[in-house]
Design a protein around this ligand. Structure first.
Ligand SMILES: *Cc1c(COP(=O)(O)O)cnc(C)c1O
Length: 343
C-alpha cells in the first residue's frame, strides 16, 4: 500500500541537491581554500559539517540506530516542514491530526498549502482504533501521532501506531518530544520494520537545549536521504552541534534531572488534585500537567499577578491550563499561590 516513490514529490525526486564545498571534499587537509571562508582561525571561521557526523555518531550509540537513519534539523519544526515539502503535494495531499495536539503540524500544513483533516481524540484523549476511525487512509500525506501528546500528556500504544501505519498510504510521524519523561517504549525500535514511520525527538525538552534548536528525525535510510537532499546545506550551526555533543557526554546529569522532574510531576499531580478549584489533573507521561479548574481564567490571571506564567489551553479543552514542571522551588511557589486562591 505504501510506496516511498509514489509519495515523494516529483520535483524533489528529479532535482539535484546543492553540493557544498564541504560535501565535495570530506577528507582532511592542512590548507582549505575551497569555501571562501576567512582563513584566520577563530572557533567559528569554518562552515559546519553539513551532515553533523560527530553528533550523529553519539546519537547512534545512544539510540541504537545507524547514522544514516538520523536526520538533524534546526529544531523538530524544521523536520516537520521538510516532511511536508518532500511528501505532500500542495493542494492535493492531506495531513491527518488528532486534536487537540501540537499546533505546529497545522501551521506547517498551512504554509505548505496542504489541507488538514482533524480527527478528535476519543475519551481519555485516545487515538481512535482503525474501526472507529472511519476515514479513508488511502489518500497520501502525513499523519501525526504526538506521543506523549502535547497538551494532553498521554501516550499512544505501540500496537495502535503499527496498525495505523500498516493501513496508511502516507507517512506516519510519531512526535516523541517528551519520550524521555515517559516509561513507555519509544517507537524508534520500529523504524526497521515499518517503512512509512518517522520518529521525531528533540534536544529542546529533557536535554535542556531549547535555545540551541536541535531536532532529530529517525527513519529508514531512504526517507532520511530525502530529508538530507532538501535541507538547507548548513542547517545546524557549529555551536549547537557541539553543545549537544557535550550534553551527551554527561548522561547521568540529564538522567538525574529527568528523574527529579518526573518525581516533581508526580508530587504536583497529588497536590493539585487536593485543591478545591481543581476538577481534574490528567495523567501525564511528559514534563507538564494538563489541569482542569472550575474557572481557568481566574486562576490564570491570579498566577500572572504572582509572576507565574502557565499556558492557557481553555480554547482547546474547557477550563484547562497546561503547567510545565519547574524546579522544586518553583513548584512549591506555584502550589502556595494556588492554595491561597483555592476557594
Ligand atoms: C516542544 C515540542 C517540540 C520541540 O520542537 P523543537 O522545534 O525541537 O524545539 C516538538 N513537538 C512537540 C509536540 C513539542 O511539544
Amino acid at each position: 500500500m505504501f510506496s516511498l516513490e509514489n509519495i515523494t514529490r516529483k520535483n524533489i525526486q528529479e532535482m539535484t541537491a546543492y553540493s557544498s564545498a564541504r560535501d565535495e571534499f570530506g577528507g582532511t587537509a592542512d590548507v582549505w581554500l575551497d569555501a571562501n571562508e576567512n582563513p584566520n582561525n577563530t572557533a567559528l571561521n569554518r562552515y559546519p559539517d553539513p551532515l553533523q557526523n560527530s553528533l550523529k555518531k553519539e546519537i547512534a550509540k545512544l539510540k541504537k540506530v545507524n547514522v544514516d537513519q538520523i536526520f538533524i534539523g534546526n529544531g523538530s519544526d524544521e523536520a516537520i516542514d521538510l516532511l511536508f515539502r518532500a511528501f505532500c503535494e500542495p493542494g492535493y495531499s492531506a495531513a491527518i491530526l488528532f486534536s487537540p495536539t501540537y499546533g505546529m503540524y497545522e501551521v506547517s500544513a498551512a504554509i505548505n498549502n496542504v489541507g488538514v483533516i482533524e480527527i478528535p481524540l476519543s475519551t481519555g484523549f485516545e487515538i481512535p482504533s482503525l474501526t472507529e476511525l472511519r476515514y479513508d487512509l488511502s489518500t497520501p500525506g502525513l499523519l501525526f501521532i504526538c506521543s506523549p501528546n502535547n497538551p494532553t500528556g498521554n501516550s499512544t500504544a505501540q500496537n495502535r501506531i503499527i496498525e495505523i501505519a500498516q493501513n496508511y498510504a502516507g507517512i506516519v510521524v510519531v512526535d516523541e518530544a517528551y519520550i524521555d519523561f515517559s516509561e513507555n517504549e519509544s517507537a524508534l525500535s520500529l523504524i526497521n520494520e515499518v517503512p512509512n514511520l518517522v520518529v521525531l525527538q528533540t534536544f529542546s525538552k529533557a536535554y535542556g537545549l531549547a535555545g540551541a534548536r536541535l531536532g532529530m528525525a529517525f527513519a529508514n535510510a531512504d526517507i532520511i536521504s530525502i530529508l538530507n537532499k532538501i535541507k538547507p546545506p548548513y542547517n545546524v550551526n557549529t555551536l549547537s552541534a557541539e553543545a549537544a555533543v557535550q550534553v551527551l557526554k554527561e548522561p547521568k546529569k540529564i538522567n538525574d534531572q529527568i528523574a527529579e522532574i518526573v518525581s516533581e510531576r508526580n508530587m504536583l499531580t497529588e497536590s493539585l488534585r487536593k485543591l478545591k478549584n481543581v476538577s481534574a489533573v490528567f495523567p501525564s507521561d511528559a514534563n507538564f500537567l494538563l489541569v482542569q479548574f472550575t474557572e481557568a481564567k481566574t486562576v490564570f490571571n491570579a498566577l500572572i499577578d504572582a509572576g507565574i506564567v502557565v499556558r492557557d489551553r481553555s480554547g482547546q479543552i474547557e477550563n484547562c491550563l497546561r503547567i510545565t514542571v519547574g524546579t522544586k522551588a518553583e513548584n512549591r511557589n506555584l502550589l502556595s499561590v494556588l492554595k491561597a486562591i483555592e476557594k
